[in-house]
Design a binder for this molecule. Sequence first.
Ligand SMILES: NC(=O)c1ccc[n+]([C@@H]2O[C@H](COP(=O)([O-])OP(=O)(O)OC[C@H]3O[C@@H](n4cnc5c(N)ncnc54)[C@H](O)[C@@H]3O)[C@@H](O)[C@H]2O)c1
Length: 357
Amino acid sequence: MKQNIKIMIAGGCGFIGSSLANFFLHKYPNSKIYILDNLMRLGSEINLKRLHNDRLIFLKGDLSNKTSFNNLPSCDVFIDAAADPSVLSGIDSSVLKLINNNFITTINAIEWCIKTKCKFLFLSTSRVYPIKILDEISYTESPTRFEWMKKQNIKGLSDEGINESFTMNGYRSLYGSSKYSSELFIHEYGKYKNLEYIINRCSMIAGPWQMGKIDQGVVTHWLASHIFKKELRYIGYSGNGKQVRDILHINDLCNLIDLQISNWSKVDSQIFNIGGGRRNSLSLMELTKLVNQITDIHLPISKEENKRNGDIRIFITNSKKINNILGWAPTLNTKAIVNDTFRWIIDNKKELESILK
Ligand SMILES: NC(=O)c1ccc[n+]([C@@H]2O[C@H](COP(=O)([O-])OP(=O)(O)OC[C@H]3O[C@@H](n4cnc5c(N)ncnc54)[C@H](O)[C@@H]3O)[C@@H](O)[C@H]2O)c1
């Protein structure tokens, strides 16, 4: 990576965007970081405050409005981490708002990248994979989690999880569709407008500075509910908390994106599944156990048998493709993720209480 790199981060006051800004500011002492955000996510102001630095410039604006891109300085890389990232977005709220925040923002950003010859890195989601097909995969039930049955003949599925060749046919939630629409256009801009791009389909990212809420950011939400004594429920799949996800520490994601930018030609115009993988997978019930061990707080958790719109029984990411190309693999386990997030909430309890409570 060139030392005086200039990076523009859309959604730079969000969890991932602010963590990337902080990472690059410290790793590259001659870098310049521009962050763009409309501060619509509760808690983004707190993330902005922690980023105070001479080499950081904050530009406030709604990126679904093209004029927000007027007069921006040219940069080497544009990272798109601006979105409304909840899988429930658009279901009980405005779809147009979702499209504006998750799709139009991306199109405006790509147009700007084409005009200024800037590379484009997109934070997509594992939610682009179709819900019904994922939920039809045969499974078994252990005392603490659901497990995919082994050796099923399904393209893109192996014991290591879901890879990039899994089918894309089927509904995927309005959120998933907004992100997939962006992906499709990024691909076309690559072909017809020479956009240099990388698409990272991330599973659950977690760690300090994630302003978790009931519909997004489960590790923070689980910990905060224990710390601030809020009601918690296991929702769906009989209400036993056996649904499974893999989680990735935000630091591992920052290291990966640094590697990708530094080795752009090896990863240009490609899509990657990015996640914690089988070793970093856990069910809600297992998350509760980890939270109990780390916090020494026990909270009664009620059951809600019916699943929420968009829920998935199991998702585990297979990140072999990026591992083969760049040698990247997660380094921080579920315990480290929960522990680091716990410490952050405790250290900032007063400030976070009104946001996470
Ligand atoms: N956190 C995860 O687990 C996860 C997993 C998969 C994919 N992603 C993707 O990563 C990206 C970042 O997610 P995050 O967890 O940091 O979310 P976040 O909500 O913490 O951050 C998003 C930021 O974008 C800003 N924003 C939203 N709409 C905007 C607009 N129209 N104009 C300007 N700013 C706007 C928000 O104010 C917020 O600060 C998203 O695109 C999301 O889809 C996140």
